[in-house]
Design a protein around this ligand. Structure first.
Ligand code: NAD
Length: 358
């Protein structure tokens, strides 16, 4: 038996932000990062809170949130006892909020209403039951329906300040979610439809917003694509592209989307080398109006190049060959045990993962 679940209510379209004004919550905690607070974006969003509502912020979130900043956030949420928590930011802020509420609940606190407002078009975390937390050198994936926000508010206006490089990284994260969800061994016709829609938007609109961050129609389409891909993968799971990105990201601190983008063609080639595992890539290519899996692979590489993404891990400025080789066995082992690996279409050995990373 298969199923399809979306526990998060979506608010989107023109002036979606006005949804906030109609809410009845009065004691609000906003979890965000230092940039979003100091740039005035938090205050701009908070203007739309209902009349009479007061808010406090926890703005210590950093990219790839650590367990320590989550623990500090648990203390804040327990002190504030909010009736609504808003995660305002990229995947790091949304994941940190998920984990904060999860661990506060473990301590006995009731879950307040949880609204996610993404400010990047990338992770889809606003609708997923995943959270990625960094513990030491490992990125740990939590998967639990408790983590899924109650509401997700998609407002493209909040993404227009994302710099070109982060636009590229996060947009290619969307593509990786769509492709991994489509070829996953838990894919369904429903997740396929969302994955195809998301991938087709990325091919069309990501180069546009990369060149012109104020191209608002494409920004709006990208935030929809990010959310669609999120709904696809929270139901279908991901695969070894993400498992390797988590293992590498915990050790080398490269943006998650960039790691996914660098790995993607190598993971695709690994799967496409066997006819049985090539088949879903051929199907996805047809659904996207392309000839076959080879054309899809060529289009992925072309898109990556046009967005200035490195061809291989060794092209990254922070790459150190000796450190990489020393870590490789640990990376492959962490990837093998990552919670994204069970839904990968093809069984992988530790050596396969070493070869792909290398
Ligand atoms: P991020 O949240 O780490 O943000 C990256 C940078 O972009 C930060 O410096 C942030 O301040 C900045 N930023 C965010 N919004 C901005 C805006 N509107 N204008 C200008 N700058 C802005 O990046 P991300 O890619 O959104 O999230 C990555 C994290 O999400 C990783 O930890 C990854 O593992 C995780 N992730 C989670 C899921 C999930 O389902 N939970 C899925 C994929 C990835």
């Amino acid at each position: 038996m298969q199923g399809f679940k979306l526990t998060t209510e979506l608010f989107f379209g023109s002036q979606a932000i006005n949804h906030l004004e109609g809410l009845t919550y009065r004691n609000v905690l906003i979890v965000t990062d230092g940039f979003l607070e100091s740039s005035g974006m938090v205050a701009k969003m908070a203007q739309h809170l209902p009349a009479g509502a007061r808010y406090q912020t926890y703005s210590d979130v950093k990219p790839d949130p650590s367990q320590e900043l989550v623990d500090a956030g648990v203390a804040v949420v327990e002190r504030v006892q909010p009736d609504m928590v808003i995660a305002f930011g990229g995947g790091s802020c949304i994941d940190a909020t998920k984990a904060i509420l999860y661990f506060a609940h473990e301590h006995g606190m009731d879950k307040p209403y949880f609204l996610a407002i993404p400010t990047t078009a990338g992770t889809g975390s606003e609708v997923t039951n995943f959270a990625v937390i960094t513990r030491g050198e490992n990125k740990v994936v939590l998967i639990d329906d408790f983590l899924a926000p109650d509401g997700a508010l998609l407002e493209a206006d909040f993404t227009k300040t994302v710099p070109a490089k982060i636009t590229a990284d996060t947009g290619l994260d969307v593509l990786t979610h769509a492709i991994e969800a489509y070829v996953s061994n838990a894919a369904t016709p429903f997740t396929d439809a969302l994955a195809v829609k998301a991938a087709s938007i990325v091919f069309e609109d990501l180069p546009v917003v990369y060149r012109d961050g104020l191209a608002m129609r494409s920004r709006a389409r990208m935030i929809e694509a990010s959310c669609s891909a999120g709904i696809a993968f929270t139901n279908a799971g991901l695969g070894i592209n993400h498992s390797l990105a988590h293992a590498l990201g915990g050790r080398f601190h490269v943006a998650h989307g960039r790691l996914n983008a660098i790995l993607l063609p190598y993971v695709m080639r690994f799967h496409m080398s066997e006819p049985k595992y090539r088949e879903p890539y051929d199907r996805l290519a047809h659904d996207l109006g392309m000839a076959d899996a080879d054309e899809l692979l060529a289009r992925v590489i072309e898109l990556r190049e046009c967005l200035g993404v490195e061809n291989a891990l060794s092209d990254l400025p922070q790459f150190e060959p000796a450190a990489f080789e020393a870590e490789l066995s640990g990376i492959a082992e962490a990837a093998q045990h990552d919670r994204c690996t069970p839904s990968n279409p093809r069984a992988v050995s530790k050596q396969d993962l070493v070869n792909i990373a290398r």
